[in-house]
Design a protein around this ligand. Structure first.
Ligand code: UDP
Length: 313
């Protein structure tokens, strides 16, 4: 029997990788995306596939689709993009999640809510376990995303408790890989495109802030394991690679992989930019038997090849 999956945000960076993975597993996939930050190019290879359907739709408006599994990845994730239209970002998180929870309830199917490490804000606990409640500036420019995702988590667990909806929440840490939008302003895509063009590498602040970088294939494996698990687990799960680098170290890594002679230039640090971030993935290791397999060196080399046009995905 063919299983039906709906992927909201399926034309985005992570969504398009998930589309490919579920198609390869024999799913019929309905990709729902309003193309505000995703692109048709990301899914163009599937358009002729009879198991694939693309619906251009803003998930903040209810949708009715027959499905066995729902994946909610619909939300701009890069600060540059989510701050462009913060009201839309917030509505996408809240209304989009509620609409998909209603669909999951109505269809009695499992749902994956893709949340974010941004729920921890500028963390005062390091590394961050799921039990850490976070340090988010409620009124700052990142709040549309951070608080939107926090509210989305809250309503997921309300649907779980009140209506017994089988929703699973994963908190995604910085992820990179092929199909990243070169213009979305994120650190990996910026540094690689700048290094390839021989342009200055824009380090914000003094570059001592840290992030932990997960290769996209590892993350998608984490999504699949989360949904494959028979029984529900309590609370959210962190998914990310604990390999932590300062932004300055990342810049040097990219320069050495690209063999670029670009120079580092220092720009103003954006407001509320978290100083450090690294996932505690003990829970994912215990519950899902999951941990990342691709090292940052290897993953960056693959990503550079994709930006060069010498690698498909
Ligand atoms: N960053 C940077 N130069 C850039 C883009 C980003 O130094 O050209 C920094 C940014 O200030 C942050 C880190 O890299 O400290 C990660 O930024 P990104 O937007 O990729 O993700 P997020 O802040 O959401 O983790």
């Amino acid at each position: 029997m063919v299983r039906h999956a709906i992927i909201a945000g399926g034309a985005g960076f992570l969504g398009s990788h998930l589309v490919a993975r579920l198609l390869s597993e024999g799913y019929h996939v309905v990709c729902v995306d309003d193309l505000s930050t995703g692109s048709e190019e990301n899914i163009s290879e599937h358009l002729e596939n009879p198991n694939f359907e693309f619906v251009e739709h803003d998930i903040a408006t209810p949708i009715s689709v027959e499905c066995d599994k729902i994946y909610n990845l619909a939300c701009p994730a890069s600060p540059k993009q989510y701050m462009t239209n913060p009201i839309k970002t917030f509505k996408t998180s809240i209304f989009g999640t509620i609409n998909l929870l209603d669909l999951a309830h109505q269809q009695k199917c499992k749902m994956l809510q893709v949340s974010t490490s941004e729920v921890y804000g500028d963390p005062t606990v390091h590394p961050q376990p799921e039990t850490y409640l976070g340090n988010v500036n409620t009124t700052g420019p990142r709040a549309c995303y951070d608080e939107g995702k926090r509210a989305a988590e809250a309503i997921c667990f309300d649907y779980q408790r009140q209506l017994a909806v089988d929703v699973r929440v994963v908190r995604v840490f910085n992820t990179y890989g092929p199909k990243m939008d070169p213009d979305d302003g994120r650190v990996v895509s910026n540094f690689i495109t700048q290094a390839l063009k021989g342009e200055d590498i824009t380090v914000y602040g003094d570059g001592s802030q840290t992030r932990s970088f997960c290769y996209v294939d590892d993350l998608i494996e984490g999504f699949c394991r989360t949904m494959a698990r028979e029984t529900q687990f309590a609370g959210p799960i962190n998914l990310g690679n604990p390999e932590e680098y300062s932004v300055k170290d990342l810049a040097h890594k990219v320069l050495s992989i690209v063999h670029s002679s670009s120079q580092l230039v220092y720009k103003e640090l954006p407001q509320d930019d978290p100083k450090k971030r690294r996932p505690d993935i003990t829970k994912a290791q215990d519950i899902l038997d999951w941990s990342p397999k691709v090292s940052v060196d290897d993953g960056l080399a693959r990503t550079v090849d994709w930006f060069r046009g010498t690698r498909k995905n």
